[in-house]
Design a protein around this ligand. Structure first.
Ligand code: XMP
Length: 513
């Protein structure tokens, strides 16, 4: 696609994806590349601006990530953030050294509002600092345009060359006017018009899909999750009945979820596509019977999915393309863009046999999650589907601990439905990142109707996180918890106890298996 583009050069900072997201919030398309990317390649991309991210190193050490001086001579505006700012100064002849005082956290910064970077910004503004090193001397040709009590060069600029360096992190929301600063850079200094919008993304992508697919047949494994649902909506708009969605109901979905997916994408739904629902519940329960080891359960669930999908693909025959809901963080985390460590290789359909010769179609490959959601709304998908909380691929299978049995799975499903209903009533569904129930495979003694009972507990989990790598516990109000407990004890069979999981990640994980 021929967008105006800003390039984010990644030096391994923890906020690199955030920088890219904030730029896109200014309606400017941007992509993340490793600092190792060849300068010729950067030039060939014809960027309107370049942003250098933060990073954990000291730029004056011999083996630290660096960049060539040429990067600053392309005639393209460059903004360095934190490590990126220090590196810009270091490469261009300034001085960076260990700071006498480490700045960390919200810090008052005094800025020169005549700098185009700080147009409309308050003279004293709160910014997020996180650095051990500091710029003790700006490079020749640079003016200092911001400082703090401990940091003589909090920002420097060479307006003539379009070079800007800031020590703090405008991408982090704790920097109160950071969005304005990034907007000033990409829209003002780089002169981007701001043409990256969801309606034009949909229009362009529809065109691209049509060009790529021609008269071919496309197969999509639809899970009902946000990404595959939005991909289905997009492909349906582009190629209608050339698309077949296979929805495997493995019996590990949340209450009513299978029917909801069918309502939206099935023959009575709003989309023009072929929809196949495979009711594979019994097949799954059979395979999973007596299996207690979590990874083994996961493996069975994943493999069986592929087997079912494969069988359907064979029935349809002559499929040319396989569509996937891969999104941009999957691409970056697979180590294909940026500098972040390979966190997970995305393998949405990993394990498909090689003799199924598909070409891949990944229409959401450029989008962040929030953009995928915006795209879903643009396509007319229901709000509840687009704003679904994350749900693990193996579904309720990893929340029905140990060997899965139908009655215990039912207890997970019913208690989860109650929890979701009550969270919605209390407005917590919009606030809490992920919430669900778990039913372990042990029983405890209780009393029901004046008689001894011996039944399962239900454990409630509600966590907040940004990236699921660490998580904190939501402090749910007591009355809400009491109401949920009451309902679970009344309405869910074979349960006599409700507990609230207080454990953050680490030491716990979000899921129990
Ligand atoms: P943990 O339990 O590792 O979970 O703290 C982190 C996030 O990942 C989700 N999760 C999964 N998602 N397949 C998935 O698609 C899985 O096997 C899986 N296991 C965990 C979990 O729900 C949480 O959001």
């Amino acid at each position: 696609m021929d967008h105006e583009k800003v390039i984010v050069i990644d030096f391994g900072g923890q906020y690199n994806q955030l920088v890219a997201r904030r730029v896109r919030e200014c309606n400017v398309y941007c992509e993340i590349y490793s600092y190792k990317t060849d300068i010729a390649q950067i030039k060939a991309m014809n960027p309107k601006g370049i942003i250098l991210t933060g990073g954990p190193n000291s730029c004056y050490e011999a083996d630290s990530p660096t960049c060539s001086k040429e990067l600053f001579e392309l005639g393209v505006p460059v903004l360095g953030l934190c490590y990126g700012a220090q590196l810009m100064m270091h490469v261009l002849g300034g001085k960076v050294e260990k700071a006498p005082v480490r700045e960390y956290g919200k810090t008052e910064v005094m800025v020169d509002t005549s700098s185009p970077l700080f147009t409309g910004v308050s003279e004293n503004t709160i910014c997020w600092m996180s650095h051990f090193d500091y710029i003790s001397k700006a490079a020749p040709g640079f003016n200092i345009v911001a400082h703090t009590a401990d940091c003589p060069v909090a920002a420097a600029e060479n307006q003539e060359k379009g070079l800007f360096a800031i020590q703090f992190h405008p991408e982090v929301l704790h920097t109160q006017e950071g969005t304005k600063m990034l907007h000033n850079f990409v829209r003002g200094i780089c002169g981007c018009e701001g043409t990256w919008r969801m309606d034009s993304f949909v229009e362009n992508t529809v065109k691209e899909i049509r060009e790529k697919v021609g008269n071919g047949k496309v197969l999509l494994a639809l899970s009902g999750g946000v990404d595959s649902s939005v991909a289905a909506g997009l492909l349906s708009r582009a190629i209608g009945k050339q698309l077949t969605c296979v929805f495997v109901d493995h019996g590990l979905l949340r209450k009513n979820e299978g029917d909801e997916v069918e309502e939206v994408f099935g023959p009575n739904g709003q989309f023009d596509l072929n929809f196949i629902r495979v009711n594979a519940q019994d097949r799954y329960y059979g395979k999973l019977a007596g299996v207690t080891e979590p990874e083994h359960k996961r493996k069975i669930i994943g493999e069986e999915f592929i087997r079912v999908f494969e069988e359907e693909a064979k029935k349809i025959g002559a499929v040319d393309f396989l569509a996937q809901g891969t999104i941009y963080p999957d691409v970056v985390e697979s180590g294909l863009g940026g500098e972040s460590a390979v966190i997970k290789s995305h393998h949405n359909v990993g394990g498909l046999p090689e003799d199924l010769q598909f070409e891949l179609v990944e229409p959401l490959r450029q989008l962040f999650k929030d953009e995928v959601r915006a795209c879903g709304l643009e396509l007319g998908l229901p709000y509840e589907m687009v704003y679904r909380q994350p749900f693990p691929g193996p579904g309720l299978g990893v929340r029905c601990l140990g060997a899965i049995t139908r009655d215990r799975l039912e207890a997970v499903r019913e208690s989860d439905a109650i929890l979701r209903e009550e969270f919605q009533l209390a407005g917590l569904d919009k606030k809490v990142w992920q919430y669900f129930t778990v039913v372990p495979d042990f029983k405890s003694v209780g009393v029901r109707d004046n008689a001894r009972s011996f039944e399962w507990p239900v454990i409630i989990r509600a966590v907040n996180t940004i990236d699921a790598m660490t998580a904190t516990i939501e402090q749910v109000e007591w009355p809400v918890l009491m109401k949920i407990t009451d309902r679970i004890l009344k309405e869910v069979k074979h349960v006599n106890r409700v507990c609230y999981d207080m454990s953050p990640k680490p030491n716990a994980t979000i899921e129990w298996e």
